[in-house]
Write a protein that binds this ligand. Sequence first.
Ligand SMILES: NC(=O)NCCC(=O)O
Ligand SMILES: [Zn+2]
Ligand SMILES: [Zn+2]
Length: 485
Amino acid sequence: MTQALLIRGGTVVNTDREFQADVLCADGRIIAVGETAATLAPAGAQTLDATGQYVMPGGIDPHTHMQLPFMGTVTMDDFYTGTAAALAGGTTSIIDFVIPDPQQELMDAWRTWRGWAEKSASDYMFHVAITWWGDSVSRDMGTLVQQEGVNSFKHFMAYKNAIMCDDETLVNSFRRCLELGAMPTVHAENGEMVYLLQQELARKGLTGPEGHPLSRPPVVEGEAANRAIAIADVFGIPIYVVHVSCIEAADAIARARARGQRVYGEVLAGHLLLDDSVYRHPDFATAAAHVMSPPFRPTGHQEHLWRALQSGTLHTTATDHCTFCAAQKAAGRDLFAKIPNGCGGVEERMAVLWHEGVNSGRLTPSEFVTVTSANAARLFNVYPQKGCVAAGADADLVLWDPAATKTISVKTQFSKGDFNIFEGRQVRGLPSHTISRGAVVWANGDLRAVAGAGRYVKRPAFGTQFTAAGKRLEALKPQPVARPA
Ligand SMILES: NC(=O)NCCC(=O)O
Ligand SMILES: [Zn+2]
Ligand SMILES: [Zn+2]
């Protein structure tokens, strides 16, 4: 049993409102919010004074890759260092990815990733990638949903000759997702086009990191987003598009939503803040450190993404946290296509979004909660256990000091690695305390993350979107024409 924790005098922020209230936590849960909290607190409860601060649900990063074996190497952050960094930044849950090799049985990969994740300091969940198709894949998808608490499957439409999922796999998997009540998600880039453009650029001598964005132009992402959305439309299944980076993909989602389709979009903090000039940096290591897919986009796309987030075309914010150091990135010294793809951000997401979003008036504090935790919890069916400050919810909280400031730097980050894509940015608004399952794990710069303290969180299938989708399919069921014999 953990010591009870009473948070006094703060402004609680949920997706629907802000209000003054005390919050009492015990045994990993929120016991009371409001006037009764203080009266119910047992003698000896730890007390935190939240005067002048916001008390919000801990962040949920729905897209991370800890300890990912990728492009011939393994990410710097493992499940302990990555989730510890997350806690330092106010994020209390991650959704990571199990990515089987093509032909590898899903359950084998599942057991491997579950083993790796046991050292997590924060709670964690998994999307599972579908990288090939076969009877055993279909069967294992059922096992994962019905027994292991997985309710989303990832499809990489890029990374040809590696984990790319072709259209045959895509349609079979989407169909199976519908039966299982699980959300299909897509990395939307046309992998065939990327592959061809990479080869053409190399032939023309464009081998440096500046070739990376040229091999993955926005239209390549737009095409794949449109294709995945169209396939989902045929089946009448909701779909979630990860790391939407450009106008073309955001508009594909906006158009589908305007037609009434249930399409959801995720945007990365990096794609909101950075542009593609980073790839022309004269220092190879700096340019290579920004190589991720989809790439950072020309100026103009960022403003469009912000507006899409503000208007509800995009629903969640993530980081795609996937850290490689300079020595690993150097694998692509002679050819950009060999630079391991990925950047960090799990530690900075909440602060940069608050600074750029709330301080600028783009987002209210409630909208900040919506896009940093509540929507991810809703879409992946763990709301209000996560993403909500309410009695009965997990005691995953962040005390947010809107006046605190810092300058982001690799020198002070907890995440492993030798680069920070937000280096030098000054932010106002930081977590003073992070509480994970009722335990204070971050207190004014003191990180108390414990390896193995995080728990795997099961996510039930058939979220509300699927109930509605089922009714819709029934209402639109094709009717045969009765003709006289
Ligand atoms: N994003 C990236 O560049 N690396 C991680 C794998 C992925 O999400 O595509
Ligand atoms: Zn991706
Ligand atoms: Zn990713």
